[in-house]
Design a protein around this ligand. Structure first.
Ligand code: C2E
Ligand code: MG
Ligand code: MG
Length: 404
């Protein structure tokens, strides 16, 4: 209203802390509260921000850049960015928590509060998608993808509330190539979402949003339960050694009660703990390595095995495979695509296989599609292979038909 009266310009800075749930779930809500208080306090004392900053709920804040301060807008944004480039001191320990920001301009980009907030949210989401710890200005070109996202959000919430009936867990076989005729030794459970309104959506398209919304927890719990039940069934049907792999998002892993959740699903389903492998990715380990090691160790103490998924991508560090309590390394598909042709990929796979053997860890390679790739892999010390060459992900009935 003030901007309209003065005939000038203003803006909204929509701020959301990055991975706040890691701190909240990982360190406890009291530490999360402390962080929010610290952030609020720091923002509240900033030039131009003081008196114009609001908490919208959770870990979201909005700053109104008034007409009087509009000339300082970019300086204010930089100051906020600087604030988050330093660690926060919480209970005597320093933690890094970055933020993402969406910026919307008034009156150029809308004239109602609803429209401005929605567009700020769209810009914020674009900042999150392009890697977090960033500032994005609203741009109408990103709008169409964002409408799909809002649609997806609504539908995903409904789907999780509707007994997960739109979700399905499929199973991709994993074979042992060191044994005669490459027998199936188990499968990776992979989620599929067949949305009534949006059609079939690939996990790579909806898992990041599910993580962002926190919905990965109920969805992941559903996959874990289904997969354990299925594996128990295979084990009872004459394949006591079949194992099942379940992907665990870092958001799930940092839930306070994740170890308890795993323990109780084992109890409920009766699966032999040794037949359950939880797949985690490396990216996660970076932020709080010691905490990650502790959780994984507790999970392994239940008898469950841990696999490092997508190895070789993202934040790979060879040190991780020495430090992290893991049983299996899954080498990412990108190294398999030109194995046998590209020297680097071939050497990489060989090296990981030898290293793994030295430290007593199994290796599984993903994404094997051709006979040439299999032949090249047989020259290495690789034991386990997962890929379309041996089998695509299958509905559970199809899997039973083929492998039971
Ligand atoms: P991932 O865990 O690395 O799973 C392997 C992916 O590679 C699967 O894709 C699988 O279908 C695909 N794949 C396997 N063999 C081949 C091959 O020979 N060629 C090609 N082109 N692809 C192959 P999918 O099912 O689309 O899943 C993608 C990713 O989504 C998974 O990668 C995983 O990170 C995530 N995901 C899937 N299900 C779940 C879940 O239940 N929970 C969580 N948190 N993430 C999941
Ligand atoms: Mg996986
Ligand atoms: Mg993988």
């Amino acid at each position: 209203h003030a901007t309209v009266r003065s005939g000038g310009e203003s803006a909204i800075l929509y701020i959301d802390l990055d991975d706040f749930n890691h701190i909240n779930d990982g360190l406890g809500h009291h530490v999360g509260d402390l962080l929010l208080q610290n952030v609020a306090d720091a923002l509240g004392h900033m030039d131009g921000v003081a008196g114009h900053c609001y908490r919208l709920g959770g870990d979201e804040f909005a700053v109104i850049v008034t007409t009087r301060h509009i000339e300082q807008r970019d300086a204010m944004i930089r100051n906020i960015q600087n604030l988050f480039s330093r660690p926060w001191l919480l209970q005597g320990t320093e933690y890094y928590c970055t933020m993402s920001m969406g910026v919307v301009r008034f009156p150029t980009e809308g004239d109602t509060v609803e429209e401005l907030i929605k567009k700020a949210d769209i810009a914020l989401y674009a900042a999150k998608c392009s890697g977090k710890n960033r500032v994005e200005f609203y741009d109408e070109n990103v709008e169409s993808t964002s409408f799909r996202r809002l649609d997806m959000e609504k539908n995903m919430r409904n789907a999780t509330n509707n007994a997960f009936s739109e979700f399905e867990v499929v199973y991709q076989p994993i074979v042992d190539v060191t044994r005669e005729s490459n027998p199936c030794v188990g499968a990776e459970a992979l989620i599929r979402w067949n949305s009534g309104e949006l059609g079939l959506i690939a996990p790579t398209d909806f898992i990041p949003l599910a993580e962002y919304l926190g919905l990965i927890n109920p969805i992941g719990a559903y996959v874990l339960e289904e997969a354990c039940k299925r594996c128990k069934y295979w084990n009872d049907m004459g394949h006591p050694d079949y194992k099942v792999n379940v992907n665990l998002s870092v958001v799930q892993l940092l839930q306070n009660d994740i170890v308890e959740q795993v323990r109780s699903v084992i109890k409920r389903t009766g699966i032999v703990p040794e037949n359950l492998t939880l797949e985690v990715t490396e990216g996660l380990a970076i932020n709080d390595m010691s905490r990650m090691k502790k959780i994984l160790s507790e999970i392994r103490a239940l008898g469950v095995r841990v696999a490092l998924d997508d190895f070789g991508t993202g934040y790979s560090s060879l040190n991780h495979i020495r430090e992290m309590p893991i049983d299996v390394i899954k080498i990412d598909r990108c190294f398999i695509i030109d194995i046998g042709k590209d020297e680097f990929s071939t050497a990489f796979v060989k090296m990981v296989a030898e290293l793994a053997q030295t430290i007593g860890v199994h290796v599984c390679v993903e994404g094997v599609e051709t006979k040439e790739q299999v032949d090249a892999l047989k020259q290495t010390k690789i034991q386990l292979i997962q890929g379309f060459y041996f089998g695509k992900p299958l509905h559970k009935e199809e899997f039973d038909e083929k492998y039971l």
